[in-house]
Design a protein around this ligand. Sequence first.
Ligand code: FES
Ligand SMILES: [Fe+2]
Length: 427
Amino acid sequence: MSVMATTEDISDTLADSASENSEGLLTAGLLGWYAVCSSSSLKKEEIYNLSMYNEPIILYRDNKGRARCIKDLCPHRGSSFMGGSIQDGELVCPYHGGRFSSEGECTNLDRLTCQHIIDSNYNNYAKRIHLSQYPCVERDGYIYIYYNGKAKDELGEWNSEDKLVDHIPDTFGFKIDEYKCEEVTVDFKCDWARIIENHLDILHIFWIHGDTIPDSNVNRKTITSFDQKITKDFRHIESKYMHKSDSKDEFITLKFIPPGRVLIYKGSPETARYIQVLDHIPLAQNRARVIVRHYRKFLTNEFLAKLVMFKPLQHRIFYRIFSEDYLVLKTQTYNQQMGYVEKDNVKLLGEDKMIQYFWDWHRKATVNDSPWSLHPTTSTTNTVHMDFPMPYPPENPKLAKDNEKSILINSIIRIIPIPLLILLIVL
Ligand code: FES
Ligand SMILES: [Fe+2]
């Protein structure tokens, strides 16, 4: 019973090539396109708060329904838009009611400035007050933002900058419209990169999640031997795991698409019946969000899926898996920050090659992009907006409990008619 990996296919020279290879292998860095929210979570007339690398930002839909990403800073007196509102597709500040068009211009200066009383320099002020934005695109049911830590007053015609849009990591490797999808969002108080590492870690799936994942091939007792083959190109690292007994029988394929996407295919990407797409969002130091999508080719009939309560049952599995990982991720983050997770203290296995490549990339990308130095906080920074409860599980266990309750109620609703029917027939 062992998990074995062969790594002959891996050229050792590749280990040092991530993020800066002159031949262009895996050139993406930590700054770039992130899927930060699903389309369905971004409701009309609502503000969606998040942050990127410590910088608070908001998302909303403008008067044309287009997604917008704004630095969470009112240009009048620096208030957050938290507690503000969207009125007719325009963003309204909670402090003095400053109202902004989707181009970022203030549209109610006459009221904001009390012009007739105090502002003798109205025109100049109008030119200066402006929202700062990040490029934002909606695609495949995701809201993507281009995050480089430098929000701009004027985005101009950025949509036509094909080069930028071309880098959106939408290379799923399968046709998403052929699949049904369930989705959950999760919040963790831990290091962002540690979660990605967790999702690239094939070994832990058998052990920590062995009793939770409903797959007879995935549990502590039936760990399957497999071979491993890793490939890299400009845009991703991919690892295929094949059964030792049959090298053509692909067990799992993992893909990492920088900066934040991991894909897990059950089988080969083209034919997999089950695929997970995980998008990792670095909210702040010690805070990260993950959007998890489960694409499936089975149980595609919506009525049937509702009848067997596929969605809440699927969510229950997700919630359990997150809780199983969470304790490890939190404590691992501490160990990392204390400097304990150094080379001499931890030794990766051959099976951890994918993880080694990820950290190679991450280390170099961190040096090149230094994303945490763009908006650094110190121990005296009042990060009060970060102290608001994180809305998703496992940080918010209420969601998991509500889900359990709905499973129970729906099960009773489904079961009760059967004895009633029998009673009616008998009587
Ligand atoms: S701080 Fe926003 S309107 Fe004054
Ligand atoms: Fe896990």
